[in-house]
Design a protein around this ligand. Structure first.
Ligand code: SF4
Ligand code: SF4
Length: 338
């Protein structure tokens, strides 16, 4: 990524963070799914199918307009495999036209020099690729050996920030692979992070002693800012619950291919309200709602968004909130945010 472009991005990020600290009443990050289909079938994944069609560009643009109206700072396109969407460039471009930061999560299989140049032109700012192992196996084909050529293309042509996430847990056979992946990412000039993979039900699988050791080594190699933001992972790696306030459904939104708002990829169905009908009352209710799954949650991005508000506005259980709403005391009034 060009130095001037990188500095501009950092300035925009700083301004979005200041805005998020000053006001609690807008989403910070939204994950938007323009297609559920994926070319792979990772053994731990519950977020793909093999036959769905891409969502029409105009519908996706409408969802992006609504996210912009809500004041969203960052939109990350995810899937499935979003690179399979034939109009991904226009989607990325529309995020930028709406003044939001544009990110992408991909398995890396579709990156060619020509495709990378098109994403540069569209205005992509962040790309994250998760690599699970060095050699493909029955659990995952997101493998360093398979993706090596694609990573070299990205190193040469990408004018956006590339982060390589290695993973530990969740049935990954060789934990040492995470270290090999992280070292290669650093060699190629990318930032690197490490995540604990959630199980198919979205909950924690405790790490073995060997996995814990590798996890700490990879963290040392990685992005220092990211490591500072991810101290929850130390508890999770030890198999201990972590006490935090998940603001999913408010500061973080997950918009599925059907255009419904969910807490996150692992808690689809809650609140399950169409984005175009999502109001600040919904936002306020979810901001205030304590999430039962928070203590063992491993979703890094939602934890990072949570840090902005962890020190303020204690949450209540869904039952307490329902009771207060029944008695006519609105959640928006209770929060008194801003
Ligand atoms: S590449 Fe991503 S979306 Fe596709 S199956 Fe693997 S983890 Fe799931
Ligand atoms: S704590 Fe939040 S991000 Fe984590 S699984 Fe629950 S709803 Fe999703």
């Amino acid at each position: 990524m060009q130095k001037t472009k990188f500095l501009k991005l950092k300035l925009r990020e700083a301004s979005f963070i200041s805005r998020a600290l000053l006001s609690t009443r807008h989403p910070v990050l939204a994950h938007l799914i323009p297609m559920r289909r994926c070319n792979l079938a990772c053994g731990y994944c519950n977020e793909y199918d093999h036959n769905s069609k891409p969502i029409d560009l105009q519908i996706v643009k409408g969802r992006l307009n609504k996210l912009a109206d809500l004041g969203t700072s960052i939109v990350t396109i995810s899937g499935g495999e979003p690179m399979m969407h034939p109009e991904l460039d226009q989607i990325i471009h529309h995020i930028r036209v709406q003044g939001m930061i544009a990110g992408l999560i991909s398995n890396g299989y579709y990156f060619t020099p020509e495709r990378i140049k098109r994403l540069n032109k569209a205005g992509l700012e962040y790309l994250q690729i998760s690599i699970d192992n060095v050699e493909p196996d029955e659990v995952s084909r997101k493998s360093l050996r398979v993706l090596e050529k694609k990573l070299r293309f990205l190193s040469e042509y990408a004018d956006f920030h590339v982060n390589i996430n290695s993973v530990i847990g969740g049935g990954i056979k060789n934990p040492d692979d995470a270290l090999t992946v992280a070292r290669r990412a650093v060699e190629l000039g990318f930032s690197t992070t490490v995540g604990v993979i959630h199980d198919v039900d979205g909950t924690l699988k405790p790490l073995s002693e060997k996995e814990k050791d590798i996890f700490q080594q990879v963290k040392k190699l990685g992005n220092k800012d990211h490591a500072r933001l991810n101290w929850f992972q130390d508890s999770i790696a030890e198999g201990k619950p972590y006490n935090w306030r998940c603001r999913a459904g408010a500061r973080y939104l997950y918009i599925c291919e059907e255009g419904l708002v969910h807490w996150c990829s692992q808690q689809r169905g809650y609140p399950g309200i169409p984005l175009d009908q999502y109001t600040m009352d919904d936002f306020d209710r979810e901001y205030k709602t304590e999430k039962w799954c928070a203590p063992t949650c491993t979703l890094q991005c939602v934890h990072q968004v949570g840090i902005l508000d962890n020190w303020r506005d204690p949450q209540k259980t869904p039952a307490q909130i329902a009771e207060e709403q029944k008695s006519g005391k609105g959640v928006g009034a209770m929060i008194g945010a801003d």
